[in-house]
Ligand binder design. Structure first.
Ligand code: PEP
Ligand code: MG
Length: 756
């Protein structure tokens, strides 16, 4: 039974055309169950009807022409009840309605099951038989299992075939994950690579010397291309997200891919074949890894291989006639594509593969472009030049949007522009409420746009400097000196303002290419402080670099991620002290006032910590809540899993109550408290946190003025009343709608945007 089920579903998903896929399926099910009829109806939500799409047993003329209302007949009943209906004589059922066109007079037994994906009824699968009998439990189990699997395949098919559009002439909605926030509207510009290693057939050469010369020339051309790209991008990006091009150049070098390809040419392969063999073997190795970040590197290597190939064959990739303003779409958007198109009218990017770890996403954030990654599979050809709305907040792409959606999003973009102008007025002013409560707004830096520009954002220091990226875009751990130089720049950008540097927080979904971690549950595994305490040499090198960089600046604070045990704080503090005292003597410090020991704080991300705040309070100088991880761990929802993304919400009453408890406890034990997760950058979130008593909020640079404006237009005592009500609510939905309502009342309705 299992093999039959698998075969049916596999064939369905491999079929290029929906109609024939459905038809093949009904025939196979009818044969497998030895019945007289199998049919599939698909839901048309615009008209609230089920449409008969495929049948083996009902009249051919009925296909596409039979529409059954959502509350009509047995098919409607299955949809309404959302459960199977197994009856021996359909004609006697009170809800049976005769539909002459289908010619089912002789079919008595009926078994219908709903096809449900993510709680939405996509259609109905039915089997019918002349003999009047109940279908057996096994038959019912087969159909129910098939429907559940079909639901997943159909959800993809909905995307692949544009099902919704075909039936209703409406907008097609594709779902991915947010790679970079923001909204863009424009025609889609699809890039298909002109040459791909994938299509090369292996051949031997006749002249080794010529092949080696060709290869060297292609390598040199490719290297120049990367230099040009990095140089062009460096005019608009100032942070280390550009290191990807350094990595590419390194891989081209003699020690890596370049050398291996030459060996293969020496073995007799022609250049294209040698390149394909080497790149494929790297890709296979990377793709086999469990680690998300490392798997993404397979795409970087493919990009590199295809670029060398294009140069070998002298076929430049298609940089042709981009439209004035466009959203770039590709199967795999690469960092180099962004480099090539960013100076045209690039408004946003959509990549069918990848995640928010992809280099394209990292660069998009640095460029301030909205991006969606890992969008459901869809034939790219269908998208070219179609108008689309890219919602980088929710990860949704609307292709051929209807007028009302377009109007809504255009309005949103206009509002965003207007709001950006409006809030700019308060950029240089303090974040102080109408009744005088002052709060510090700080910057989250390290992942996105350069901290060099940070003073112009109106932020008071850096609340979270993520140190992972400089470690990620490398082929080995950065040296102490490299780190010192980088950290010095960061500290210098905020003289006399605190800069909170987080020690290396890899693991989970972030990994280092040269330090693979393979484990079943990475978010519950070896991550953050757990890794660095197991590798004191890495930890010590990093904190030494931080402390050295702090010499003369004296604005460093060190923050420890993913703390779950008191002993971790003790051990980390011991190592930081060791680094500090070692450096004091090594550097021969004369003026001790220029070399102060940094404050040490910890992140509150693991729920267990909330019950031990008193003990932790006596060990650290400050607490900073990582609400992104705290939400994921409190609600047991993987923050990167699209399947459960609806459940991931920091406005869940449990999360808000936990945040409130943290604020009360911190105040009781006199520990300065900040929050550096995404919640701080949302108007509702920031206001609730302010009312709870958070002293500092840290957020990405784009939101500082916006939150400042909001804070400056409320009164703390009113926010406390709102908070008290929010804390009494029992569902996330209630919290959202109440907060929307309250923002409207406060005259801040413009700050409530879709997807927030
Ligand atoms: C957090 O978890 O809220 C946080 C700020 O850290 P990161 O998003 O880097 O895990
Ligand atoms: Mg975190």
């Amino acid at each position: 039974m299992l093999t039959t089920l698998r075969r049916i579903i596999l064939e369905f998903s491999q079929n290029a055309d929906l109609e024939s896929a459905l038809f093949r399926m009904v025939t196979q099910v009818k044969t497998a169950l030895n019945t007289d009829c199998c049919s599939i109806y698909l839901a048309d939500y615009a008209t609230e009807h089920f449409v008969l799409m495929a049948s083996d047993g009902l009249a051919k003329d009925a296909l596409g022409n039979t529409r059954i209302g959502f509350s009509e007949g047995l098919v409607g009943l299955v949809g309404q009840r959302e459960e199977p209906l197994n009856i021996s004589d359909a004609h006697k059922h009170p809800q049976f309605i005769k539909t002459p066109i289908v010619q089912e007079d002789e079919l008595n037994a009926f078994l219908g099951t709903p096809i449900i994906h993510q709680r939405k009824v996509l259609g109905i699968l039915s089997i019918q038989q002349k003999e009047s009998r109940h279908f057996t439990e096994n038959e019912e189990a087969f159909v129910v299992t098939l429907s559940a699997q079909l639901a997943m395949a159909l959800a993809n098919a909905e995307v692949r075939y544009g099902l919704t559009e075909k039936n209703n002439q409406t907008t097609r909605q594709l779902k991915g994950v947010s790679g970079s926030s923001g909204v863009a509207i424009g025609p889609l510009f699809v890039i298909q690579p002109t040459v791909q290693l994938q299509s090369i057939t292996l051949e031997k050469h006749t002249d080794k010397e010529t092949e080696l010369v060709r290869f060297k020339q292609a390598i040199s051309d490719t290297r120049h291309e990367f230099e040009r790209m990095a140089e062009e991008l460096s005019r608009v990006i100032s942070d280390n997200s550009l290191d990807i091009f350094e990595m590419y150049k390194q891989l081209l070098g003699n020690a890596d891919i370049g050398h291996e390809v030459e060996n293969k040419i020496n073995d007799g392969w022609n250049t294209q074949s040698a390149l394909k063999l080497v790149v494929d073997s790297y890709v296979v190795q990377f793709e086999a890894l469990d680690d998300n970040y490392l798997r993404e590197r397979a795409s970087d290597i493919k990009d590199l291989g295809n670029r060398i190939l294009a140069n070998l064959l002298e076929k430049n990739s298609q940089v042709n006639e981009p439209l004035d303003a466009f959203i770039l779409v590709a199967e795999d958007v690469t960092a180099s594509m962004l480099a090539e198109y960013q100076h045209f009218g690039l408004q946003g990017i959509v990549s069918l593969t990848g995640s928010n770890n992809s280099h394209a996403a990292i660069l998009a954030r640095a460029l301030g472009l909205p991006a969606i990654m890992g969008v459901d599979k869809i034939p790219l050809g269908q998208l070219h030049k179609q108008t689309a709305i890219l919602d980088g907040y929710s990860g949704e792409l609307y292709v051929a949007p209807n007028d009302s959606l377009l109007k809504e999003y255009k309005h949103l973009i206009e509002e965003e522009y207007a709001l950006a102008d409006k809030v700019k007025q308060v950029e240089k002013l303090p974040a102080i409420t109408l009744d005088g409560k002052c709060i510090e707004l700080q910057l989250n830096a390290g992942l996105s746009s350069g901290f060099e520009h940070s003073s112009s954002t109106g932020a008071i220091g850096i609340g979270l400097y993520r140190t992972e990226i400089p470690f990620m875009n490398q082929s080995c751990f950065p040296s102490e000196q490299q780190q010192t130089d980088l950290y010095r720049q960061v500290l210098a950008a905020f003289p006399k303002k605190s800069v909170t540097m987080r020690t290396l927080d890899v693991g989970g979904d972030k990994a280092l290419p040269y330090f693979p971690i393979v484990e079943d549950n990475p978010f519950l595994g070896w991550r953050g402080i757990r890794i660095t305490l197991d590798h004191p040499e890495i930890f010590l090198q990093q904190v030494r670099a931080m402390i050295k960089a702090n010499y003369g600046h004296n604005n460093l604070e060190i923050m420890l991620p993913m703390i779950s045990n008191i002993s971790e704080v003790d051990e980390a503090t011991r190592l930081i002290n060791q680094a500090y005292y070692e450096l004091s003597s090594e550097l021969n410090i004369i003026d001790q006032s220029k070399f102060v020991k940094p404050k040490i704080g910890m992140m509150i991300e693991v729920p267990g910590v909330i019950f031990q705040l008193r003990e932790f309070a006596s060990k650290v100088d400050f607490f900073s809540v990582g609400s992104n991880d705290l939400t994921q761990y409190l609600l047991a929802v993987d923050r990167n899993n699209a399947q459960v993304s609806d459940l991931y919400d920091a406005y869940h009453p449990a999360v808000l109550r936990a945040l409130n408890t943290i604020a009360q406890e911190s105040s009781k034990y006199l520990v300065p408290l900040s929050l550096c997760g995404e919640l701080a950058s949302e108007p509702s979130g920031a206001l609730l946190l302010l009312a709870m008593g958070y002293d500092k909020l840290s957020m990405n640079p784009h939101n500082i003025s916006r939150i400042k404006w909001v804070v400056r237009h409320v009164e703390l005592h009113k926010m406390k009343v709102i908070l008290a009500h929010v804390l009494s609510l029992s569902s996330t939905k209630q919290v959202h709608s109440y907060m929307r309502e309250q923002l409207e009342h406060l005259g801040l309705g413009g700050f409530v945007r879709a997807g927030m």
